[in-house]
Write a protein that binds this ligand. Structure first.
Ligand SMILES: [Ca+2]
Ligand SMILES: [Ca+2]
Ligand SMILES: [Ca+2]
Ligand SMILES: [Ca+2]
Length: 283
């Protein structure tokens, strides 16, 4: 390809794309645009071959083909392609995309961004399943989806509070927090449920299962007796309590929701083991 031809291709592709595409000025690699061959190329070995723009990605032998076509097949559409090692059709963002005509070759994709390019069962757009991985790349592991209504002993629901995990396993309040965190991947946060007002709290009671009826939530007064705060460090600023609660004083510093009691809250000893409610803040 002559320098003039290469520059012509780059103008069509746009300067930024051209600069980003390391292959743009490479004679040995893609892209190969048949329309850039209107000017006879002294290196031609055959004038009889028909250019195929999409063949530009397949190797050095095709480079010859693409540069020797006698006909102009029209401008191809530039596509920036990224490596897709696991073949799930979703590429991994890198600093070295390559530019191709019309479509990406096998092993590359113009769809970003795969959260795990070594696992074809994890990619944006996939359904979440109960398999211990974040299938849909949203930072949450095994959350509610149309194909995932329960997992690991937890009933899964989506609500305006975000994904909820009603987990029937009985744990201490602190162990339950650790278990909630395990539903998060990377920088995402899943913790015991936090409510911003009584309406949200009662909504959870409406959505929850018939049993168990008692779940840890993310409220405690372990640091200063009587000074309740949520696990996201926000203060409690509404009245969430069952009549007569909290009543445990320094013996009961963690808080549970009772789904059979209209979703109101009670304090109880943190080392009691009860079911727990995890939530992922929607931000
Ligand atoms: Ca991939
Ligand atoms: Ca993947
Ligand atoms: Ca997920
Ligand atoms: Ca999963």
């Amino acid at each position: 390809m002559s320098r003039k031809s290469r520059l012509g291709w780059c103008r069509r592709g746009g300067l930024l794309a051209c600069l980003a595409a390391t292959a743009c000025f490479s004679d040995a690699g893609p892209p190969q645009d048949a329309s850039a061959t209107t000017e006879p190329d002294a290196s031609s070995t055959s004038g009889a071959e028909t250019s195929d723009a999409s063949d530009g990605a397949t190797g050095s032998s095709d480079v010859t083909t693409a540069t020797t076509g006698a006909e102009t097949t029209g401008a191809c559409e530039e596509v920036l392609c990224f490596p897709d090692a696991d073949g799930d059709g979703v590429g991994l963002m890198t600093h070295t995309p390559e530019s191709y005509c019309d479509s990406c070759p096998e092993g590359m994709s113009d769809v970003l961004a795969d959260c795990d390019d070594d696992d074809p069962d994890a990619a944006p757009g996939l359904d979440e399943l109960c398999d211990g991985i974040d299938n849909d790349c949203d930072g949450l592991r095994d959350e509610a989806s149309p194909r995932n209504a329960a997992c690991g002993g937890c009933l899964l629901l989506d609500s305006r509070l975000g994904p909820l995990w009603f987990c029937g396993q009985t744990l201490t309040w602190h162990d339950a927090r650790v278990r909630c965190l395990d539903f998060a991947v990377g920088d995402a946060v899943v913790d015991l449920a936090v409510f911003t007002d009584l309406e949200e709290q009662l909504l959870v009671a409406e959505l929850g299962p018939v049993e168990p009826i008692t779940y840890w939530v993310g409220l405690a007064d372990e640091i200063v007796e009587g000074d309740y705060g949520w696990v996201d460090r926000t203060p409690l600023d509404y009245e969430p309590w069952t009549a007569g609660e909290p009543n445990g004083g320094e013996e009961e510093n963690c808080v549970s929701i009772n789904l059979s009691d209209d979703g109101l809250l009670s304090d109880r000893a943190c080392d009691q083991t009860v079911a727990f409610l995890c939530a992922a803040p929607t931000g």
